[in-house]
Design a protein around this ligand. Sequence first.
Ligand code: GLP
Length: 260
Amino acid sequence: MEVIIQPSPEDCAALGARIIGKLVKQKADTVLGLATGSTPLPLYGELVRLHRDGKLDFSGVTSFNLDEYIGLSGDHPCSYRYFMQQELFKDINIESERTYVPDGLADDIARHCLAYEQAILDCGGIDLQILGLGTDGHIGFNEPGSSLGSRTRIKTLTGKTREDNARFFDTIDEVPRHCITMGVATIMDCRQILLFAFGEGKAEIIAKAIEGPVSAMVPASILQMHPDVTIFIDEAAASSLKNRDYYREVFEGKPSWQSI
Ligand code: GLP
């Protein structure tokens, strides 16, 4: 696990976009795992900029989103399908039939979840997964207590997550109670993971996820067991980390062959 502390979310986004850019150049049919929430917005802005400047071609890329609210259609402004369309897909040249987001209106949710897992396998697995972090430690929508071996399935959102996400809705009562999310094990199968977290509000949970014990009560802590994870955080999100000086030293002293 590599922890990279940068002055601002924009600096983190620039580095993350460079990693994605390199990968897509090497492998035109890259399979990306994508996240929603406010955290990936600077990253998506940077990817759009690179694409507009002619430096990033998404024509061969496939994407799988982590999660979706149950009960919201893809054209509902609070659905994650809509979010992805507005914040990324409409501004890059990704083929829309290669953008997968769980269907919050699926009739048979269990079957839909199995098909989602199968679609990931059929594409050869996810090369690189983008993650944000919930203030309760969730990744995707894998709330505390989620099985560390879980696959794509229905979950019930915690009160804390519904409160955190109420800012996107008119009232908290409109925040759905259920979602479909890739499981913890689905995320762990991704070949490379980039997690982003910004602001003081994430400092405590970042410290638990990176330096605390691995526990289903902090689902993001399982990333300690993944062989290729990079955590991008700003100074505020890094403020509770015991080893933050060491992480800085490692990044500053990176040998050139390891540079991003
Ligand atoms: C949601 C998403 C997560 C995201 C988290 C953090 O609950 N399902 O994938 O990481 O929120 O949100 P934000 O980036 O807005 O802090």
